[in-house]
Write a protein that binds this ligand. Sequence first.
Ligand code: C2E
Ligand code: CA
Ligand code: CA
Length: 514
Amino acid sequence: MIDYIIVASIGTVLLAALITLLILLIIYITRYSKVKREHELTKQDYIKLSDRYMELEQDYQSSLASLNDLALRYDELNKSRESMKKLAYSDYLTELPNRTAFTEMLDNIMLTIRNEEIIALMDIDIDDFKDINDSLGHAYGDELLLDITHRLKQVLDENDYLARIGGDEFIILTQNLENTYSYDEKIQKVKDVFNQPFVLLAKEYYISVSIGVAFAPKDGKNSQTLIKNVDAAMYMAKANGKNTHAYYDASFHQKLTEKIELQFELRRALEQNELVLYYQPQLDLATLKIVGFEALIRWKHPTKGLMYPDDFVWVAEENGLIIPIGRWVIKTACHQLKEWSKQYPDLIMAINLSAKQFKDKNLLEMICEIIEETQINPKNLEFEITETVALEDIEYTDATIRQLNKIGVRFSLDDFGTGYSSMSYLKKLPISNLKIDKSFLDAGMVDVSDQKIIQAIISLARNLNLNVIAEGVETVDQEAFLKESDCDKVQGYLYSKPVPTDEAILLLKNRQDK
Ligand code: C2E
Ligand code: CA
Ligand code: CA
């Protein structure tokens, strides 16, 4: 019995233990599978996470690349902004500040200008720049602009600011001036820049400029007015025959209006036969006989009366009307010469040619046509050009004169002594006569050294086989001096003023037929 109880107890214990074990096993299995499940989940997450990490890494790399790209582009943008600014503010050719930069600069100065301060503006415009561009091409036009820039820079000091405000237009702004008079020196310095020829294509060119000057605050309180007024002053310098300077004055606008009116009326004048020629005799100094006439234009204006060339020829020159007017002059003078030559076959007709006329490409053809039409002897025809015109393009001058020389037409150098007066070119030019300017003769009457210069010019002309005509002879003293100096011909009020045709005929009769 006891054994049975023992065995039964052991069995129960064993069963209990077995059951406990079983329970523990179930618990373990359940736990294990949970943990395993959980572990499997984490692994997937890990894979996912690392995938995500890779993606992020890629994103990061590409962001970095685009950041670099962006920085590069930003740099480029900055650079192009800089160069755009440079483009907007500086002139591409000369690298000088341009009109925009200049205007901004002047704006700023005018905002802060002190009471006692004076500012000067000098507008420098190249005369007939278009002709250079047209004849030599733009590349040489550019070269000339660079040469001019270089020379202008040499005359600047620390108070000056140079800008290029137009194709052939420069401006100098000068600050801290004490008075307006002291500025004359600067103007002279700028003018001197153009005394030396410019070398283009191995040829020498004399370039002239027209200069307008305005002062602030006197001539304008803001940049707009000042720029307008200095421009008007420059325009006035052009109107005064170029190669000069003019100060702004308030009556400019009035003068401009008058000029526009004049241009309009001049166009009509040619059509309505309001233009006439007057003739001034040229005399042989030894015999005091008339050897020729200089044809000088006049305008019988319907309301203003008889007008002189100084009052209208420049307008015609500026707007190109000088070409048809010039043709009319040559034609009329040649017809007159033909008429007079019937009785006076050796009589000379001298005709003035302006710069534009001389440079006109149809000049030769036109002159030949008129000679043909009027049947005059070309040997009796003379053209007068000034030194300035002759020297502008010496090779062209030389070639043109030579062509006309071939058919017998001769040339005189007008107003000698007022231009460059360089003796060296005289022997190169195929001219026949030298006309000593009146102003030279006037000075010679008061100053002995001027008399010596006139005599030197005459003997130089002799050596070069040129005839000398003295113009503007008004007194017997002048006549005596010229005789003593061995001058060939004379022209001036002492003998006769320029007169209309009928009076010229009388002069011829009285002097020649005696
Ligand atoms: P220029 O060729 O130097 O002509 C001489 C000027 O001096 C003329 O003025 C004449 O009247 C003036 N004169 C002559 N003798 C004396 C004198 O003894 N005393 C004074 N005080 N003056 C004297 P004008 O006729 O008024 O002509 C002025 C300028 O106009 C001329 O200067 C010439 O450059 C230009 N001109 C005249 N006619 C023509 C023309 O048909 N065509 C062109 N292109 N220009 C012309
Ligand atoms: Ca003349
Ligand atoms: Ca003259």
